[in-house]
Design a binder for this molecule. Structure first.
Ligand SMILES: [Zn+2]
Length: 469
């Protein structure tokens, strides 16, 4: 059956998401919208949300002088507001504190335990409080976490439950080797394969040092390690326990999109957990690049955090979506700036798309052109770019068509034509605009809707889509 299930990383609730996190949500949204247009709305499920348990949240709540639940309620609400500002069309915003999720996380624990893959042991390990993850000596750079160079790595000793991750080493290597698109892009696939080959060690999956977590079934005082709980959200999202029919329809996930810092957990831990629990593996793990701002990492300590709402309020939802999709690459790191966003706005949206639409609408209004929308299929080039996750190239292609249409107007000079020839030229231009707009829908949904409405029935001039700034 043709269905599409896409998930994003669920964001950790120690702070509200910034534009770097939001970038990934936009990428997922484009794929969800594109697939809805192709497969029908009912055959697509798009999951995003928040990861709310763990010591880091507990600590942040204590510092803020509120309970952990009050703390995550506030952040989850504000994350959702950020995603809504970008018109992210998720079907569910999952929170790992949702009651159905707790049941799923515990059910997976029980299944893995039943497979004989959980044992009690003594743990001594190097722990990064930023990642909430353990590292080995060779993972660290100068004794520090590669993602949190300012945080101290802690040496932790605890009596914990362990997951027999090592048991799945051969299975994982084999699966990644046999399935060239299980991890995308290829350089990430090679990286994770090389890591798996150096050896996978069992990891502790329970904690006793704090209480803000999902209780381990039948072992009071133990709480599930945040990754072991969080990964199972992808099952909860499509009704693993609550709605078997829905689960059967959507699982396995077609795409888990996530940042490179989450790769190891998704490409190695998650499939091992699923294998142990007797559940089919997801199809593709798509690793997106990171954004930097004006050449710097986006971070609280640098003080350069931009929230999506900061830019959306100033420039509109579709402007932010457009800029982040056209002037980045999906799979490698990209640098962004507000200055470049403004340039893109004036050159591509105000002068490019906006101007073309206004010109053609005016000519049509003057000549009484009436039309119905004849375009209902994606350009094959767009399909190719979208299926290769090349969103910037897809938009380059659309903007080439805008340039061609502009050139056509200048060459054919409809204002000098009359009669049948004039009608023909205008009808061709209308069709061209409808084609461009149909293909724009996954990227700039609000703008596309406005244009499609304007170019159906009696065509009239409208206020500019993107007034110059
Ligand atoms: Zn870290």
């Amino acid at each position: 059956m043709n269905k599409f299930y896409i998930t994003t990383a669920i964001d950790y609730t120690n702070d509200t998401i910034h534009v770097g996190h939001a970038f990934q949500k936009i990428l997922a949204d484009v794929l969800a919208r594109y697939n809805r247009a192709k497969l029908g709305k009912e055959n697509v499920f798009f999951l995003t949300g928040t990861d709310e348990y763990g010591q880091k949240v507990e600590k942040a709540a204590i510092e803020a002088g509120v309970s952990a639940k009050e703390f995550v309620d506030k952040i989850a609400k504000s994350d959702q507001k950020q995603q809504d500002a970008l018109n992210i069309s998720y079907d569910r915003f999952i929170r790992t504190t949702d009651s159905d999720h707790q049941k799923v996380a515990q059910e997976i624990w029980k299944r893995v335990e039943k497979s004989g893959d959980i044992y009690l042991g003594d743990f001594r390990g190097l722990y990064c409080p930023g990642c909430e993850a353990y590292y080995t000596e060779q993972d660290l750079i100068g004794g520090k976490c590669p993602f949190h160079p300012t945080l101290e790595i802690k040496l932790i000793t605890e009596k914990n439950f362990f997951f027999k991750w090592s048991k799945y080493q051969i299975f994982l290597i084999d699966h990644i080797e046999k399935n060239p698109y299980f991890v995308f892009p290829q350089n990430r696939r090679q990286e994770i394969l090389a890591f798996a080959k150096t050896g996978i060690q069992d990891i502790p999956i329970s904690r006793t040092s704090f209480t803000w977590g999902i209780p381990v079934p039948n072992h009071s005082g133990h709480f599930e390690y945040v990754w072991f709980d969080a990964l199972t959200n992808y099952l909860t999202g499509v009704g693993f326990l609550e709605d078997p029919k829905k689960f059967k329809k959507f699982w396995p996930a077609d795409i888990h999109i996530l940042g490179k810092d989450n790769l190891r957990w998704h490409a190695l831990l998650w499939p091992a957990m699923l294998k142990s629990a007797g559940i089919e593996l997801p199809k593709t793990i798509l690793v997106n690049g990171f954004l930097s701002l004006n050449g710097q990492k986006i971070s609280k300590s640098i003080g350069n955090i931009i929230r999506p709402t900061d830019w959306v309020t100033k420039y509109s939802t579709d402007t932010v979506r457009y800029y982040l999709l056209r002037y980045t690459t999906t799979i490698s790191d990209s640098d962004i700036s507000e200055e470049k966003l403004k340039i893109a706005y004036n050159a591509d949206l105000a002068n490019g798309l906006g101007n073309l639409v206004a010109r053609v609408a005016k000519l049509c209004e003057q000549n009484n052109i009436n039309t119905s929308n004849a375009v209902n299929e994606f350009d094959p080039m767009m399909t190719k770019f979208l299926e290769d996750y090349k969103f910037n190239e897809a938009l380059n292609h659309i903007w080439e068509e805008i340039t061609v249409a502009d050139k056509k107007i200048n060459e054919e000079k409809p204002w000098e034509l009359t009669g049948e020839k004039l009608t023909q030229v205008l009808e061709d231009l209308v069709k061209k605009i409808q084609h461009i707009t149909f293909n724009l829908q996954p990227f700039l949904p609000q703008t596309a809707e406005k244009i499609l409405k304007q170019f159906s029935g009696q065509i009239k001039s409208q206020p500019p889509l993107f007034p110059r700034i």
